[in-house]
Design a protein around this ligand. Structure first.
Ligand code: NAP
Length: 256
């Protein structure tokens, strides 16, 4: 018996990284999982791993910044599995630059994927949750919400997701739906590896420097974020809503 037996989840950005780890973890806990990403082949790969482990998974191609595509994806997941109980807003991109070099397009694209994408997904998913009087919406914020050099777009989107989460909690609580955010610090994924490459340093140099600012003296792994999301998705977190849980290996906003 898994704690998510009978539940249906949709995880965006599930082709790799934190999204893939989350889809895999929710499936291991018993949920049937729809995986949505721009990268269909990556979703199919994650879905195959879930199926091989005895779970049920549905890979779907979706751009979360496209409202019509999101509506089709949510309908496809609900049609296939009969409901939609858990939404994980995970899809994300970075387009880092200092303010004076930040283009309109890079600002808009990051806001559109993270913030508009989460809005579209939550709006489409809530009707299935309201009908069942049970639901979980978990969005990926970041320590960057507190401010981060070179990320005026990303930090604004991640701070915006915190406001969105608290408002979803207020509006949807009466229907038995909780909304929470997890805000990771430095996690070892393609996203952080690409940042190191852009900065012209090795990933090892980057993690060594980052580890010096983390109480646990190391960077995190995708599974360590996924396990917190799985808790928030479960009945174990039935009275937790509107919260931002930092998953950063220590307190955030402190200088070490
Ligand atoms: P990742 O490895 O880059 O994976 C992100 C996934 O999202 C990719 O498969 C990407 O597909 C997909 N995606 C991008 N734009 C999309 C769109 N418009 N529609 C659907 N899917 C899209 O990133 P990650 O590190 O696992 O990050 C996952 C989430 O955690 C993000 O929201 C990120 O901001 C957040 N986060 C990460 C860290 C960290 O240290 N890694 C820290 C804090 C927060 P493509 O490959 O096709 O672009």
């Amino acid at each position: 018996m898994g704690r998510l037996d009978g539940r249906v989840a949709l995880v965006t950005g599930a082709a790799r990284g934190i999204g893939a780890a989350t889809a895999t973890r929710l499936a291991a806990d018993g949920a049937r999982v729809a995986l949505a990403d721009l990268d269909l082949a990556g979703c199919q790969q994650t879905a195959a791993q879930i199926t091989a482990a005895g779970g049920e998974a549905l890979p779907l191609e979706c751009d979360v910044s496209d409202a019509a595509a999101v509506a089709r994806t949510v309908t496809a997941a609900a049609d296939r599995f009969g409901s939609l109980d858990i939404l994980v807003n995970n899809a994300g991109i970075t387009r880092d630059n200092l303010l004076f070099k930040m283009s309109d397009d890079d600002f808009d694209r990051v806001l559109n994927v993270h913030l508009r994408g989460a809005f579209y997904c939550a709006r489409a998913a809530q009707k299935h949750m309201v009908a069942k009087k049970w639901g979980r919406i978990i969005s990926l914020s970041s320590t960057s919400a507190l401010g981060n050099r070179g990320q005026v777009n990303y930090s604004a989107a991640k701070a915006g997701l915190q406001g969105l989460t608290r408002t979803l909690a207020v509006e949807l609580g009466q229907f038995g739906i909780t909304a929470n955010a997890v805000a990771p610090g430095f996690i070892d994924t393609e996203m952080t590896r690409a940042t190191a490459q852009r900065m012209g340093i090795t990933f090892e140099q980057m993690t060594t420097a980052a580890s010096q600012r983390i109480a646990l003296a190391r960077v995190g792994q995708p599974a360590e974020v996924a396990s917190v999301i799985a808790f928030l998705a479960s009945d174990d977190a039935s009275f937790v809503s509107g919260q931002i849980i930092y998953v950063a290996g220590g307190p955030v906003g402190m200088s070490m």
